[in-house]
Design a protein around this ligand. Sequence first.
Ligand code: JHZ
Ligand code: ZN
Length: 415
Amino acid sequence: MLHETLNSVTEHACRSCGGTRLETFLDLGATPLVDRLLVDGDIDKPELIFPLRVAFCRDCSLAQITETVSPNILFADDYPYYSSFSPALLEHSRENALSLIACRNLGPESLVIELASNDGYLLKNYVEAGVKVLGIDPADGPAAAAERIGVQTRCTFFTRDLAETLRAEGAVADVIHANNVLAHVADTNGFVAGIARLLKEDGVAVIEVPYVVPLIEHCEFDTIYHEHLCYFSVTALDRLFRRHGLYLNEIKPLSIHGGSLRLYVELRQRVGAAVKKRLAQETALGIDTIDYFRNFSAKVDVLKRELLALLHRLKSEGSSIAAYGAAAKGATLINTIGIGRDLIDFVVDRNVHKQGKYMPGQRLPIRSTEALVQAQPDYVLLLAWNFADEILAQQADYHTRGGKFIIPVPVPRIL
Ligand code: JHZ
Ligand code: ZN
């Protein structure tokens, strides 16, 4: 593998407040890009790898990686992530849309904009209810899929400039959705300023982000990769939004993606009890000090060692092992631990865009889930552990026939 610097920049200032008192608390080494799956023709070619270090900002308390890989490399070209492959995510999104339609009385005169609208998995619910929508997403495959189901989509990155253009065209939103995208944008402040610019005076931005507290407490280190530039606490978010005249007024904890927050952000200030309580809890945890993050690296090392030892033991006992979920987080897990083809025979995934390709770095082949039934490996390492309930229920047959799952986090265990 080659180290390539032209395609990335190492940051020395905080992505949010611009302060320069960044302190690295986790170094995962140099890793390939998690959503860059390889095809047969790539197998002999070197892959791009980039440093993966996480730092804490002593000024605004935001945890963040220090390397910014060009978004054109990360997202635009053949991006394989399609939201609609998870029934649980579809249901979660539908409930979110229906409750906003009801409580905000949205109708044909309303406008809902989604930033990173992917394949239209969320906006389609508004289209069905007759509400006007606009999706914005830079990945051409998912954006084309959205258009095919009637979700009007601009295939581009959302920036402050695009917000100005849309505003000039008369677009102002009753609701702006931004799910799992705030942590992905390199210009964090430009993105938030763009949201402020596009909201109606009484509009709301409903934003979902993975929450840094479960990441640290459940050792979800595999959710760290180059697409995820920031790892948010409510403390850091509150400071970020206020800088742009926005207020974090409500929050709702979500179990999705290992523990996320749904944020309700508005131009008017009416901070609710849940936000105040969470801010106080975070202060009590010490989240605005480096101490909260200091032991994380040692905990990650223990998990890495234990999982590798477990896989080696099973293998030495003659067991066969496959993996489930060619997830982005799976790529971090296998590459930072060094789980290669000597341990794992293949990975299965329901996403047809991933099948037939190879996981980056370790180059594990990706097959359809039928391969599990055919090969009946003794163990399956669940790389998509965030969907454990759903996947275990789906794979009841494999389990009944004696197959076992290995759940890697927070502590490797066999089910
Ligand atoms: P999944 C994604 O990360 C992408 P990933 C992205 N980087 C992001 O920010 C986070 O989400 C939040 C498959 N699967 O969604 C689908 C099955 O095969 O947890 C996926 O390939 N069968 C933008 O990639 C993978 O597993 C199933 O039944 O880490 C899950 O990946 C289900 C439910 C999923 O996220
Ligand atoms: Zn900062």
